[in-house]
Design a protein around this ligand. Sequence first.
Ligand code: FMN
Length: 209
Amino acid sequence: MSFKKQLNWRYATKRMNGQKVDDVKFQNILDAIQLAPSSMGLQPFSVIVVKDLETRKKMAPVCFNQPQILEADAILVFAAWKNITEENVNTYIDNIINTRNAPSESLEGFKQNILGLVNGKTQEELVIWSSKQAYIALGFGLFAAAIEEVDTTPMEGFNPDALDEILQLNQKGLKSLALLAVGHRDAENDYLNGAAKVRRPASDFFIHI
Ligand SMILES: Cc1cc2nc3c(=O)[nH]c(=O)nc-3n(C[C@H](O)[C@H](O)[C@H](O)COP(=O)(O)O)c2cc1C
């Protein structure tokens, strides 16, 4: 399979047909998102998987009634951690120790590095930093879906405060950043199906030094 062919196959799908996404393919997309790299490996964001139609009906108006919210099979909500606590860092360090059977002393310096970085940021800066990590994972999800021939729409067109309210993200210490609608294109009714890609020319986009 040529990944370039798949990247041209994918597009930000405007209309989906409500068809269910194959479970294995869907799981592969989630796996890719989970496997995305993040700064220091901390993964300071969460991904809420919304399949429930009633919840999506509540979401639609605060997503400017974009049809994908109801026509997709699932909406993934990428949400930044609003705070990164010492407990979060300890959990991560313990995960490394257990996964790699590493002696805890060997990770003390690394842990202090993370705490230094995190504690040196304001809450606003932390959310921006966490958002960057989340967007890398969003990209991995987009790519994986293209490989699986599953359609997606990355979406920032929604009211984050209102969505946080509906999904009770505040109580979970989360702030919504972006959505990924996952489903199958409605080929007949989507005016962008088959449209040529519009991208800046490589000669302008890349600066070779
Ligand atoms: C972060 C982000 C937010 C976006 N928000 C929306 C959105 O709310 N609704 C939508 O239909 N498309 C949205 N798009 C899709 C872009 O318009 C689309 O990716 C871009 O025009 C390039 O086209 P292509 O993805 O079809 O190749 C978004 C894309 C990104 C990366």
